[in-house]
Structures are given as C-alpha cells and as structure tokens.
Design a protein around this ligand. Sequence first.
Ligand SMILES: [Zn+2]
Ligand SMILES: [Zn+2]
Length: 341
Amino acid sequence: MFCVNCGIEGEETIDGLCLECFLKGKKLIRLPHHIDLFRCTNCEEYSVKDGWVQKDLNEAIEDAALTGLSAISEAKVVSVATMSERQDDKTFVVRVEADLDIGGRLITDNDSTIIRLKNTVCKRCSRQLGNYYEAIMQIRSGSKDLDDGLRDEIVRYVRNSVETQAKNNRHLFIGKVVEVVGGVDIYISSISMGRSLTKEISDLYGAESKESFSQAGTSSDGQDINRLTFLIRFPDYHTGDVVLFDKRPYKLTSLNKAGGKLLDLATFRETSVRKSDLSSLKVLAKKDQLLQAIVVSTSENEIQVMHPSNFSTIDLRIPEGAEISETVTVVGVEEEIFYVP
Ligand SMILES: [Zn+2]
Ligand SMILES: [Zn+2]
C-alpha cells in the first residue's frame, strides 16, 4: 500500500493516506463552543447526566467540559487532562488535552470550551421549598395532650431516620413539623417512608396506628400526588412509668411489638404482658413524677429512707444487689412507699 498523497509505501493507510498525511492539520478531538452547567442555588449540587451531585466547583467545571468531548472515530482516547481558567463568576474556560491512540501510535491533541454556570433549583429543592408532601404523620396521645418530652423524642427520631435514608435517596425529606392541639404533625415526602416510620414507632412505643387516604392533589411541578395520613396514637403509659396492673404496682420497663414488660415493685420480679392486656394498665405516676428519698441506712434487702412528704423514717424492700446511693427513686401508692429500681 502506498499513500495517495505523498506516495510513501507503508504497512497501513487510513482513507488511502499514510498516518503522517492523515494527521496533517486534522483536529482529532473537539469540544463544543460552550456548555451550560446547572447548579441548584438551594442545595448547591450540580446537575449531571442522571441526577444531582455534590462536587466542588472546579471538579464540576472540568467534569462538565469532558461531557462534551468527542474524538474522531479512528482515535481511542487513552487519557485526558483538564485545566480551567476563570473569566468571571459564571464563566470558565476549560482546556482539555487528550492522549489518543491512532493505529497504535500515541498522539496528543487539545481543544477548549467555555463553561457557563447557570443557577437553577433542583426538583427536590423545589418540592421541599414548595411544601411538597405525600404523607402526614399525626402524632397524638391517648387522652391528654402529648407530653412535650415525648413529642420532641418522636420528632428527633423521625428527623434522624429521614436524614439517614436521604443519604441514599435525595427525594426523602421532611417538609414541615407543625405543633397542633393534642400533638404534632410531621409532613414527609414519601408515603412508603411514612408507612415504615409509623410501624417502627408504633412497635417501639406500643402505640396504635391507623392509615387513611387523605387527599389527592397536584404538586407544583404538575404531578398527581396521593396523600396518606398516618395517625399514631400513643398510649397514656410510657416506659419508666409506674402503673397499676392486676391491682399491684409495677414499673413499666419496656414496650415492644408483642406487648411489654413489667417489674413488680413488691417482689422485683419481671413479667410480660400481652399487647391486648396493656390497655388495662393504669398510670399511677409518670416517670417524671417519681420522687427522691434520702437514704438513712442500708442493709442487705432493706434500706431506711426519709419519707418524702412527712419525713418519718421508713423501711423499704430493695432488690438483691441493688446499688444504693445517697438518694433513691420512690413512688407513693395510696399510703405506701415503694422503691423504684
Ligand atoms: Zn502520506
Ligand atoms: Zn437542590
């Protein structure tokens, strides 16, 4: 074979030309004149082919330039190097140098493009800012108002859980948290997340839950949305409370899917109660209503303490191996005082 241009004889020709003649004056790589790079002004993430990602500005600019890179079909891009130069806040010139393999020879070429930084709001942020939600978790208490401490605990639980899951799914977020009479409403962006959180919380606290269709609507970006409400009704009792069960005082030590565990304050034996029996628990003292009594003396199974209201010295049974400090937690049930482990 010989080159139709220079006539040199060689092993291979491209389009009838030797490699020298083929490459002469030819652009091997090309970049478009400019490329628009979109950045969300709210979360500051950059738009890439299949979504939004967190990057630093330089990386985002150079990556954007490479998305526009094309090489002639005879070339295989072996490696690229990028260098960017800032023109102003929103304009950057990026020069790309590429090593190419053409017919087994390594050849370098370069080109440059202008990256124009454009502000926008990503879909997730526009939903979040537009108060988008698919589910409302209504947290309520059995009878009285929802206890403030419990309310904060539940809101924190939901926030942590959503934050963790949002790391793998950026469309999960809490829209708003609204305190209402008798409890709190948590607006969240996903029905399935609302459902799983409702189940988790109900199991954890022995709460009753109910799911209902609330309304269908259209989101600000024009999509039909179904909305569900998850009502979570907390029982009057919570872990740590002293309750009356079968006419005896117990400390409620834990709650779970199946029911709960009670510690008998007279014998310090633990028993399990089924979920269906929990409704018969009567709260004698909330966890934060328990009293402190000053310890006067201690012996193996008993301590002497000062009665918290009339200051007489009384004997209290304690469980084996209990660690007794200067004061102990007690509860008064009718006329009697019990040690609460
Ligand atoms: Zn030639
Ligand atoms: Zn965003």
